[in-house]
Write a protein that binds this ligand. Structure first.
Ligand SMILES: *Cc1c(COP(=O)(O)O)cnc(C)c1O
Length: 389
């Protein structure tokens, strides 16, 4: 019996960086400084430099990065924030947590990302910001989104939780929206998180750049937004014990910062390996019927490798894979706007609903070998043949 193939295996990465990680952890333990401090400052500076952004502010999690960014951008109770229905719930949850209202605009099926052609129709007097997600590591249509934001004076907060290191390449997979070529060429080549008014990153252990616990980061080129985010992460104080507003206890731990500092120099290599894994899957999947493989672009960092299974057989295919030792996952089975928490509040986004019934994410990590991918695809082929109605 061959070994189970998990959806993600973090062990090969750890084997490579083990000695460096242990030295970094030891350095922090010896220093006695565990919250913020020099390790955090060093990582913030290295991350800002890598991402090509003026400020990087370490926080507790990606969710906190979203919440604090929304508040730092001036989103207030009653404001509307346009976002995608097709994401992890932290995206919409952050909007609702600051008592603003999420306004869900449907996705383009080909990219799984917010469809910029449908944004304008949802803008009202209360719209304050657009919150695109670079889902699965694929940059959203930023030129089109930035152009709309400029026209209507809206803020843009990028949810970069799944896309550390992704580069905007001006791609418009499936996008029908005309866009400004000047703006598009100016943004092309920039890393995501450096384009909007702010970016929110997660270093949850399974993300492309993962800590060994919860951690997150806010990026911005705006000095005032950065100052506000720094104040909000420490209970709303600029000066110790002079709290000026309700904030959060949301600091990046020195241990996590030191770990992330070890991993950061490897991220381009790991992302490149993920892209190669995606290319191999696309090649192997070409002859497989009823599977729509993702479009591979130069800036996509494949946090997930997600196909669409057509013909209403996704659930049967997933069950077959599980029975044969292949860990495939559904990200996400229910669009955010359909979750019980929002019971009946929102009109359906048809594409997002359709895609949620078709998506299947296959095992991917930088070091997965081709033989394992061949096994995943041949099992998938059997699953499709078995579950054909
Ligand atoms: C993981 C994730 C988050 C939340 O990050 P945490 O660090 O788990 O709080 C937000 N948005 C998206 C799209 C995510 O995938």
């Amino acid at each position: 019996m061959s070994q189970r193939v998990p959806i993600l295996d973090l062990k090969p990465q750890y084997q490579v960086i083990k000695a460096e990680i242990k030295a970094a952890i030891d350095r922090v333990l010896e220093s006695g400084q565990f919250i913020l401090g020099p390790e955090v400052q060093q990582f913030e500076a290295a991350a800002a430099d890598y991402l090509g952004v003026k400020h990087a502010i370490g926080v507790n999690s990606g969710t906190d990065a979203l919440i604090i960014s929304l508040r730092a951008l001036g989103v207030e109770p009653g404001d509307e924030v346009i976002t995608t229905p097709f994401s992890f719930f932290a995206t919409a949850e952050s909007i609702s947590s600051v008592e603003a209202k999420p306004v869900f605009v449907d996705i383009e099926a080909a990219s799984f990302n917010l469809d910029p052609a449908q944004i304008r129709a949802q803008i009202t007097d209360k719209t304050k910001a657009i919150l695109p997600v670079h889902l699965f590591g694929n940059p959203a249509a930023m030129a089109q989104i930035q152009a709309i934001a400029a026209e209507y004076h809206l803020k843009v907060l990028e949810d970069c939780a799944q896309s550390f290191g992704a580069v905007y390449q001006g791609d418009c997979i499936g996008c029908q929206q005309q866009c400004d070529d000047g703006l598009r060429s100016r943004l092309t080549g920039q890393r995501i998180g450096a384009i909007g008014d702010a970016g929110a990153f997660s270093f949850f252990p399974t993300k492309n750049l993962g800590a060994y616990g919860d951690a997150g980061l806010i990026t911005t080129n705006d000095d005032a937004v950065a100052a506000m985010a720094r104040q909000l992460r420490v209970h709303g104080e600029k000066k110790r014990y002079h709290n000026e507003m309700l904030g959060y206890n949301s600091r990046l731990d020195a241990l996590q910062a030191a770990i992330l500092g070890v991993k950061l120099p490897y991220i381009d290599q790991w992302n490149q390996q993920r892209r190669q894994v995606a290319e191999t899957y696309n090649r192997l999947l070409e002859p497989v019927p009823n599977i729509v493989a993702p479009t591979i672009t130069a800036g996509h960092v494949f946090h997930q490798y997600t196909v669409r299974v057509l013909g209403r057989q996704r659930d049967a295919v997933k069950a077959y894979l599980a029975d044969h030792g292949i860990g495939a996952m559904i990200y996400y089975p229910i669009p955010q706007d359909r979750l019980p928490v929002y019971d009946g509040q929102f009109a359906t986004c048809a594409t997002s609903e359709q895609v949620a019934s078709e998506v299947l994410s296959l095992p991917i990590w930088p070091e997965i070998d081709e033989a394992t991918q061949v096994r995943v695809v041949s099992t998938l082929k059997d699953a499709i043949a078995q579950s054909q109605p």
